[in-house]
Design a protein around this ligand. Structure first.
Ligand SMILES: O=C(O)CCC(=O)C(=O)O
Ligand SMILES: [Fe+2]
Length: 233
């Protein structure tokens, strides 16, 4: 088996997401599957575009967006993860008083994106070398936004690379930013808030803005698979 999505404790994941805006999916991909996905990186028809981050002020390193049709493993992960995340996303919207609700299956959500001109695939493969990093950002590509996304670490920390930690910041109203470092091993996924998440306060829920990024890779090479559920304009 190369990927698992149904055997996680989704109730616990939903609790983690509600409490802090992120949750780890341990062993989402096997070691072999992680290597297989990382090996796809390079020029060719698998990808629709190539971004050198320094050229855009995004950091240092590079990434490529997959083209449709997605490789079966990426397509399968995107479809299956969505099934589990859609109810959590709907609950978040309810708590944040956002009217949009998400359909139960991903194909129906993509139809909605595509009908409004958000038709380009957003799953991506990132590649970092020594000295590379990813500035804090949000992956918003148009008006349609699914509020959760997943990143999968494809390289072994401490072996293939040092540094290069996945970090999240949250900005609470009238407060200074708080940072979290997410502990990930090779093949682990992290689910996290794309832009904002509900936070329980003494006078009801309020919205917290989140950003994610990667600290500087000090040695070696690091690959990540990014799974974003909305498509791009
Ligand atoms: O390389 C990483 O861990 C972060 C990748 C990222 O920004 C994303 O998947 O959206
Ligand atoms: Fe990102």
């Amino acid at each position: 088996m190369t990927e698992r999505t149904d055997t996680f404790d989704w109730a616990m994941i939903a609790r983690d997401l509600d409490e802090r805006g992120w949750a780890v999916l341990p062993g989402l991909l096997s070691g072999d599957a992680s290597d297989g996905v990382a090996a796809l990186y390079g020029p060719g028809d698998t990808f629709r575009s190539h971004v050198v981050m320094a050229r855009h002020g995004f950091g240092r390193g590079e990434y490529r967006y997959f083209a449709y049709p997605l490789p079966p493993l990426v397509e399968g992960l995107r479809t299956k993860l969505y099934l589990h995340l859609a109810p959590i996303a709907n609950h978040w919207h309810e708590r944040m008083s956002v009217a949009t609700r998400f359909p139960a299956d991903h194909a129906a959500f993509l139809e909605r994106c595509h009908a409004d001109g958000q038709a380009r695939p957003t799953p991506l493969l990132l590649q970092y070398g020594a000295g590379d990093y990813n500035c804090l950002h949000q992956d918003l590509y148009g008006e349609h936004v699914f509020p959760l996304q997943v990143a999968v670490l494809l390289s072994a920390p401490g072996e293939a690379f040092d540094g290069g930690e996945f970090v999240l910041t949250e900005q609470r109203p009238r407060m200074q930013s708080r940072v979290e470092v997410v502990p990930l091993g090779k093949g682990d996924g992290v689910v996290f808030a794309v832009n904002s998440r509900p936070q329980r306060g003494t006078r009801g829920d309020y919205r917290v803005a989140m950003r994610h990024g990667v600290s500087r890779v000090r040695r070696g090479h690091r690959h990540t698979l990014g799974i974003i559920f909305h498509d791009a304009a």
